[in-house]
Design a protein around this ligand. Structure first.
Ligand code: F6R
Length: 606
């Protein structure tokens, strides 16, 4: 989704902003632009398409010590050069880049037009540029505050003004914005990855906060101009985390990172002796944990599917009723919030608008919500009452892989915590702890089978449409497999409970529509194999993702085997080959794997 980067300091802003934009490309965008405060005044360039196309359109001699830049993901108005950001005021003095949506843009546009304003774009952002330019205030900070008083909606804004070339003013409401502190220079970004090359000292703005940034520092204040003291914090991120490091795609790099990243996540948290786990960040005492009677997971897309995996783990290990619901639905249905339910918001980015709104809805009604979040300091992480950081490292590919594995492990840990304050025995706890410790190596052995999985993917990629089936623990695995496959291969992939096939979808099976079947070695293996037979009887071809020792069914066209762990943890391992299947299908089809069409990395709009 949209990205912002800004710079002010002693260096030429142009290469810094362009490099920053390229770091934000992964978020998904359709156009890009930059405003440079040059000695000759503000120079604005905008381009539909890739950042490299914008870069090619910039004059070679362009330079300036300050500037703002943007990648746009269209919301108001189609993808055109005029609608790309920065948007400028009528006199071209004020430039604005904006993430989010101004809700009252139409009313403001009408009011401004009646005062003679002429608009050059269809964006909601342009009204903000006009409002700031027309403000009566003497300083840019005050002009921005004055404009914001009439604006409702969500925003991360960065503003420059030719009359005040020594500063950038930024504001946040509902869309992330971070300041980077350098040596006689300051950075602004909507995402840490745009800052990591320059500084590890950052200031996270909170909703309702505004900052004035100059080469020598920053001042933060509220929308009513009250100063707010904010100290920088250190981020634990290095450049290698956000570089391809020789890989062809981030998606594959991130899949391959899993054995190491998992090790980082579980290190120091597992307690072998008591078959338990330490999750200090939850901020819940054993007595409070015991007081919950239900658990509800809230997340979107793949995070919701992992929530279903987590719900099953909690039912299995803690014997508490647990379920998952898309946060995007939950927030709109006036949910009943129960005081004895533990709500768990799950999100890689920590910025997904629907999940953040669901968190606020739970809190507004007095519920208790903890987060399973990857990005440290993100909105959801900060708004939850406590949580478990996933420590997956930055995830750049739009299609989520390693973060989902970490979410599932986070749920296993939460299930262990909830289980051990109830009836889960020490020995069962130790069994799960040992299972978690085996996961890294076992994922390594799935990854070692990549060449064969790639062959299966090449064959499946030929089909226009596929089914993914699973049962009970295998069903959310199938859902996630279908999701990943459709996101990057653009093939129609649909997940069904294996048990539901005969109630309708079997009608679609023929030799053209292959099925990927999740068949763990468990109490349901026989039933899963029977479903495969039914598919075969309709000439369907089946790729079976299974454990060693599961008998081959006559219907099998391909087999992918993953090591067996504990039944509760098996969904984690069964998902890994499906990541590679999706990746290699997309690669065989020649798609832009890290930036699939129409998708954005973090969905910060409604
Ligand atoms: C799928 C995918 C999305 C995200 C969803 C939630 O590969 O990446 O379905 O899982 O948009 O995003 P987060 O986890 O950032 O809240």
């Amino acid at each position: 989704m949209c990205g912002i980067v800004g710079y002010i300091g002693t260096q030429n802003a142009v290469p810094i902003l362009m490099e920053g934009l390229s770091r934000l490309e992964y978020r998904g965008y359709d156009s890009a632009g930059v405003a440079i405060m040059s000695p000759q005044g503000t120079k604005v360039f905008r381009q539909v398409g890739r950042v490299r196309e914008l870069e090619a359109a910039l004059p070679g001699r362009l330079s300036g010590r300050a500037g703002i830049a943007h990648t746009r993901w269209a919301t108001h108005g189609p993808v055109t050069q005029a609608n790309a950001h920065p948007q400028v005021s009528q006199d071209r003095r004020v430039s604005v880049v904006h993430n989010g949506i101004i809700d009252n843009a139409d009313d403001l546009r009408e009011a401004l037009a009646s005062r003679g304003a002429v608009f050059a774009s269809e964006t909601d952002t342009e009204v903000v540029a006009h409002l700031i330019a027309l403000a009566s205030a003497a300083t840019l900070e005050d002009a921005v505050l004055e404009a914001l008083r009439s604006v409702t909606g969500t925003y991360a804004l960065a503003v420059t003004d030719e009359r005040h070339p020594d500063r950038i003013v930024v504001a946040r409401n509902g869309s992330p914005l971070i300041l980077g502190v350098g040596d006689r220079e300051m950075f602004v970004a909507s995402d840490l990855s745009a800052l990591v090359r320059h500084t590890t000292s950052v200031v996270h703005l909170d909703d309702g906060e505004v900052a004035c940034v100059t080469a020598s520092g920053y001042r933060t204040f509220s929308r009513d101009a009250t100063d707010i003291a904010k100290l920088p914090t250190r981020i634990d991120l290095d450049l290698a985390d956000v570089d391809l490091a020789g890989h062809e795609h981030f998606m594959r790099k991130e899949i391959l990172e899993q054995p190491d990243s998992i090790e980082r996540m579980i290190r120091g948290r597992l307690d072998e002796r008591f078959g338990a786990v330490r999750l200090d960040g939850l901020n819940l005492t054993p007595r409070e944990l015991r007081g919950f009677r239900r658990v509800k997971m809230l997340g979107c897309g793949s995070a919701y599917y992992v929530g279903q995996v987590g719900a099953q783990m909690i039912e299995d290990l803690a014997r508490m009723p647990a379920d998952a619901e898309p946060a995007s639905e939950f927030r709109y249905r006036n949910p009943v919030i129960e005081p004895d339910t533990l709500y768990v918001a799950v999100s890689q980015s920590g910025e997904t608008a629907d999940t953040a709104f669901a968190v606020r809805e739970v809190k507004r009604k007095g519920g208790q919500v903890v987060g399973l979040v990857n990005v440290v300091g993100s909105t959801i992480a900060r708004e939850c009452d406590g949580g478990i950081y996933l420590h997956a490292g930055p995830e750049i590919a739009v299609a989520s892989t390693k973060a989902l594995t970490h979410m599932a492990i986070g749920f296993a840990m939460l299930a262990l915590v909830l289980g051990r304050v109830r009836d889960l025995s020490i020995s069962d706890g130790q069994r799960i702890v040992a299972g978690l410790q085996r996961l890294g190596d076992q994922i390594g052995s799935v990854l070692a089978d990549e060449a064969r999985i790639a062959d299966v993917a090449g064959a499946l990629a030929q089909a226009q449409s596929l089914f993914f089936i699973g049962r009970v623990r295998g069903y959310p695995v199938a859902r996630e497999g279908a999701q990943k496959f459709k996101e990057v291969s653009y093939r129609h992939a649909e997940a069904y409970q294996a048990s539901e096939l005969k109630h309708g979808p079997l009608a679609l099976i023929d030799e053209e529509l292959p099925t990927v079947a999740i068949v763990p070695d468990d109490e349901l293996t026989g039933r899963n194999l029977a479903a495969i037979e039914q598919i075969k009887a309709r000439n369907g071809r089946v790729a079976v993702v299974t454990h060693p020792g599961v008998p081959a069914s006559a219907g099998e066209a391909w087999r992918i085997t993953v090591p067996k762990n504990e039944p509760e943890l098996d969904p984690i391992l069964l998902t890994v080959p499906l990541q590679l299947l999706a990746y290699h299908a997309a690669r065989a089809l020649g798609h832009d794997i890290d930036k699939p069409r129409n998708l954005a990395k973090s969905v910060t709009v409604e």
